[in-house]
Design a protein. Structure first.
Length: 192
């Protein structure tokens, strides 16, 4: 059996592809460019890359906190990543956008998002303030991404935005040109 998304070998009875993570029972849609079928990760008629599991990602926590990420129009795969979490009654979110000009931007964004939310939770559980936890998480995420480089010419990169939200305070940290926005539930313009 082969994965319909990436073409990797898959064992009968497995629910997910070990290579790309897509649910094996999910049927791929027809190619949006020509209507052809996908074989070994590419359209058999026009050669377009099949959608990957990371092209559309949705995360939903039991608390109702949620996020979604989609592949953009200019790239063959999603270079963005997000991670959500909760700690000490606070909601945690980290969103990273891979820098296209760097090698493996999707690796950088995934590692930075996962590291960031993990360190935020650890720091908050250890009693750090939201601001201290935000600084520590950003610094550790930067070190994790830097560890991916095998040389100066092979250094992956990404932006980094985090939010720690509680009932009375939201602490935002960021590096790069990605942004965070506050949208009130009632749609009213926030006073800052």
């Amino acid at each position: 059996m082969k994965c319909p998304a990436c073409g990797a070998s898959a064992l009968q009875g497995h629910a997910f592809c070990e290579q790309c993570g897509i649910r094996l029972e999910e049927a791929l849609p027809a190619c949006t460019a020509c209507g052809g079928d996908f074989e070994e990760g590419y359209c058999a008629q026009c050669g377009r890359r099949a959608p990957a599991a990371s092209d559309h990602v949705e995360l939903v926590l039991d608390s109702g906190m949620a996020g979604a990420s989609d592949r953009g129009l200019r790239h063959s795969h999603n270079q963005d990543a997000m991670a959500l979490g909760e700690a000490e009654g606070l909601q945690l979110a980290v969103v990273c956008d891979g820098v296209t000009q760097s090698p493996r931007p999707e690796s950088a964004s995934t590692l930075a998002a996962q590291t960031g939310v993990t360190i935020l939770a650890e720091e908050l559980k250890a009693g750090s303030t939201q601001e201290s936890a935000t600084r520590a998480a950003c610094a550790r995420a930067a070190l994790a991404v830097a560890s991916l480089a095998t040389s100066l010419d092979d250094a992956p990169a990404c932006t980094y935005v985090s939010a720690v939200a509680g009932p009375d305070l939201v602490t935002v940290g960021w590096v790069g040109d990605s942004r965070a926005y506050w949208l009130p539930d009632d749609g009213a313009r926030p006073s800052c």
